[in-house]
Write a protein that binds this ligand. Structure first.
Ligand code: TXA
Ligand code: MG
Length: 317
């Protein structure tokens, strides 16, 4: 069921049930982070391998701090700059966090989502929420309550509807190697913005399927229809004989049917493109087509995170 009833969401979560929650990035599949049974249920519903750890969400910096065994100054500076917001910090975990949440890692991923409804919910509750994106493992992340309903509606008792996600890309995950900030997943806060606070960062390549390399697997966000990434003009020419869906940054292709084309941002605005990306991929994935053709964005600001998602979608095809 989809609704806006915070009390109901809180009651279900206190009983150990799962509730889908809105955040500014994507919708999350939430459960009590202190309850091993609730956490195990998250892995089961999402069909997620147990080696892939979960982000823990808190409603304030005061509460977040209780979940880390250590909160070094370089982490504090980023927290003060970007929390609440699309930033996740990897920090040594406190004993309050079950090993199941971190898949046995000594570090826990912590974040304060910037969504008024979910902040209210988190501050009503006596415990933080473990929440991965609310999609079946490997599929496109949901940016509306309806997306969640289509795939997980029959498996969870409640979906809290906070409207479409404002950012549309998952949080940027930052860990530390001594004082050096390391980006494990590009996301809603551009690398450049992190560097303004933290100085030069190391951006991890994530080509591996090694579960110990945090920040996700190479193939992910995969639509059911195969997706190819490259030069659109060339790919359209090569695949003329197929029914095509087009995911372009700014351009419309007048010779192709308009309803098979998603334009991420006619004005070339990265923020708008990020907000539309996952919904656009889902829209194309539902069409009776053979192939989705997509083009990379300029490799800067949110374009870097968008390209990361497109590459993984292509790798899963
Ligand atoms: O914006 C987001 O981060 C969304 C919303 C719901 O908060 N959540 C999200 O969760 O994207 P998920 O589970 O789809 O992706 C979390 C990523 C995974 O790739 C996981 O490997 C990594 O974070 N991660 C979580 N805990 C970790 C840990 N302790 N160490 C290393 N990586 C971790
Ligand atoms: Mg995910």
């Amino acid at each position: 069921m989809i609704g806006r009833d915070l009390e109901r969401a809180a009651r279900l979560l206190r009983e150990g049930a799962l509730v889908a929650i809105p955040t500014e990035t994507v919708y999350g599949l939430a459960g009590n982070a202190f309850s091993e049974t609730a956490v195990a249920e998250i892995f089961a519903v999402k069909q997620r391998p147990a080696f892939d750890p979960l982000i823990v969400h808190a409603g304030s910096l005061d509460r977040l701090q209780t979940l880390a065994a250590d909160f070094p100054p370089e982490a504090r500076r980023l927290a003060e700059a970007f929390m609440p917001g699309p930033l996740t910090l990897l920090l040594p975990k406190s004993d309050l966090i079950p090993d199941l949440v971190t898949a046995g890692s000594p570090n826990v991923a912590l974040r304060i989502p910037n969504h008024p409804m979910t902040l209210n919910l988190l501050n009503l509750l006596e415990f933080p929420l473990a929440a991965p994106s609310a999609n079946p493992f490997g599929y496109i992340s949901p940016t509306t309550a309806q997306h969640v309903g289509q795939q997980l509606g029959s498996k969870i008792p409640y979906i809290l509807d906070g409207g479409p996600c404002r950012v549309g890309l998952e949080s940027t995950i930052v860990g530390f190697n001594g004082p050096q900030a390391v980006i494990y997943r590009k996301g809603g806060i551009p690398v450049e913005a992190i560097e303004e606070i933290a100085g030069p960062v190391l951006v991890m390549a994530h080509s591996s399927s090694d579960p110990m390399a945090p920040g996700m697997l190479k193939s992910h966000y995969a639509p059911k229809v195969p997706l190819r990434l490259g030069n659109l003009d060339e790919m359209i020419r090569e695949n003329r004989h197929l029914r095509l869906g087009i995911l372009s940054f700014q351009r419309v292709f007048p010779r192709l049917p308009r309803d098979c084309q998603v334009v991420l941002s006619e004005n070339g605005d990265f923020t708008e493109a990020a907000r539309r990306l996952f919904a656009g991929m889902r829209y194309l994935d539902e069409l009776p087509i053979d192939l989705i053709l997509a083009e990379p964005l300029p490799e800067e600001h949110l374009g870097r995170a968008i390209n990361d998602r497109l590459r993984r979608a292509a790798a899963g095809s």
